[in-house]
Design a protein around this ligand. Structure first.
Ligand SMILES: Nc1nc2c(ncn2[C@@H]2O[C@H](COP(=O)(O)OP(=O)(O)OP(=O)(O)O)[C@@H](O)[C@H]2O)c(=O)[nH]1
Ligand SMILES: [Mg+2]
Length: 453
């Protein structure tokens, strides 16, 4: 990715739309605009960040499209390079013609994520912010959007930057004493290093403990509906979705295959999976359904194990319960609108009573699911949440180095060793911000972006 080249790519999705935006970034941006754009009103010099109406013409001067164009002078742009955006009609053919024109002119088609890569290289965003840009584009729920936006705006970066600054001060303090091996570190410096390391470790613990919630908000959670045949799994799926999606009959064994639907529960994107009723059966089709249900069980973030509240607990219920062993489970007693059968506690799990027919208890169940998936981190709260495994791993490693620093300090290790612990901790933080990230990793991250971002 050569930064001296001028790159071009459609910034909007392929398809038919009112308009499409083609973005150009790099030193030849303004020249590219001037060469083929004929403004409707006379323009002597293009002013930065102003929209101009006119016609885009091809090499032969033929009209290509009626467009709006904007020139944005560096450095107040997304990439911090000169940028031009062309707003043309949103058809694939028009976009293709515009791209063709500029590729022949000598611009290069941008690689996936290259605009954001330039923003990163030019210091407009750090790596964690750049990653959040991708999250913002792909987010599946409103809370995921808010989370990604707060990361783009630098909430996480600011906190990590603060750690980095604190550690750099410690580094200076320690390195000042390296040349005096016979001298003892003054006790106030020693206390200061201890206190700073302890404080950062506590904050890192707080961040790493948010990772589960952050991941769930970003990627969504898989919730499985399980239970013996006829307990009302498909009815609950329909009730949660608010539409008659799954077939419901009073014949046990109606659902044979897995049925997966996406929805949002309390701000969390969820994949709800309806399954075949769990029981021992001789029917080969049903047996395959049961096998698939069991296989899916182990991948679920939460299993809703349904028990028919209007019937006594049966052997198949125990069979279903045993299949859920080791998974996080809520017991859901169904058909609360019918006379209740005698209730005996069959497990250690939390229980909820619902009726898919009347809607009773559905809201309470949704709230409990949200609380289970997010813990203390409710959407809208001001807390910083970790969403990337990469960030989580780097913070765990950083904390380990700080723990070692405290140990080294405590056991009067040489200053060089203390300095090394601090350097390693800083390196880990640099992995998140991108300061110490190698090219291969950067390439891996940016190649997951779409073209035009
Ligand atoms: N009264 C009442 N009946 C319900 C309720 N939920 C489900 N049912 C009835 O119970 C029967 C079975 O419902 P399903 O949702 O198909 O049950 P299932 O667990 O998906 O069954 P399988 O797919 O066969 O495993 C149907 O006749 C439903 O109408 C409820 O809340 N109240
Ligand atoms: Mg069913």
């Amino acid at each position: 990715m050569n930064a001296s080249e001028t790159i071009i790519a459609p910034a909007t999705a392929v398809g038919e739309a009112g308009i499409a935006v083609v973005r150009i970034s790099g030193p030849r941006s303004l020249e590219a605009l001037k060469t083929f754009f004929r403004p409707t009103s006379k323009v002597n010099t293009f002013q930065s960040h102003r929209l101009y109406h006119g016609t885009l013409c091809d090499q032969q001067g033929q009209h290509l499209d009626e467009i709006l164009a904007v020139y944005m002078a560096a450095p107040q742009t997304y990439t911090r390079d000169d940028v031009v955006e062309i707003h043309c009609h949103g058809s694939q053919q028009v976009v293709k013609a515009v791209l063709q024109l500029y590729l022949e002119f000598g611009l290069r088609l941008a690689e996936p994520g290259e605009f954001t890569y330039r923003a990163f290289v030019n210091g407009r965003l750090d790596l964690s912010q750049a990653e959040a840009v991708s999250q913002l584009i792909h987010c599946k729920s409103d809370s995921a959007r808010k989370l990604a936006l707060s990361q783009v705006e630098g909430q996480l970066s600011r906190q990590l930057y603060q750690f980095t600054e604190q550690l750099r001060q410690i580094q200076i303090l320690i390195e000042a004493w390296i040349d005096f091996p016979e001298e003892e570190l003054p006790s106030e410096d020693r206390n200061h290093i201890f206190a700073t390391a302890a404080d950062i470790m506590t904050q890192i613990d707080h961040l790493t403990s948010s990772y589960h919630s952050g991941r769930v908000l970003k990627e969504g959670a898989a919730i499985l509906l399980a239970g013996r045949p006829n307990v009302g799994k498909s009815s609950l799926l329909n009730a949660l979705l608010g539409e008659e999606r799954a077939i419901v009959t009073d014949i046990p064994g109606t659902t044979r295959d897995l049925l997966e639907e996406g929805l949002t529960i309390g701000g969390v994107p969820v994949r709800l999976v309806d399954t075949a009723g769990l029981r021992k059966t001789s029917d080969p089709v049903e047996r395959e359904g049961v096998r698939r249900a069991q296989q899916k069980l182990s991948q679920a973030d939460l299993v809703l194990l349904l028990i028919d509240g209007s019937k006594p607990v049966a052997e198949d219920d125990h069979y279903a319960l045993a299949a859920c062993e080791g998974q996080p489970v809520f017991i859901v007693r169904t058909k609360a609108d019918l006379p209740t059968a005698e209730k005996n506690n069959i497990s250690k799990y939390d229980e909820y009573n619902i009726s898919s027919k009347t809607g009773e208890g559905i809201e309470q169940l949704k709230n409990a699911i949200q609380e289970f998936l997010l813990g203390d981190y409710l959407p809208g709260a001001e807390s910083v949440l970790l969403t990337e495994k990469r960030h989580f791993d780097s913070l765990v490693a950083c904390r380990r180095n700080l723990g070692h620093l405290c140990y080294s300090l405590d056991s009067d290790q040489p200053m060089e060793l203390l300095a090394m612990d601090v350097r390693d901790a800083l390196y880990c933080l640099g992995q998140i911000s991108g300061e110490t990230t190698n090219d291969q990793l950067l390439e891996g991250i940016f190649s997951q972006f779409c073209i035009g971002k």
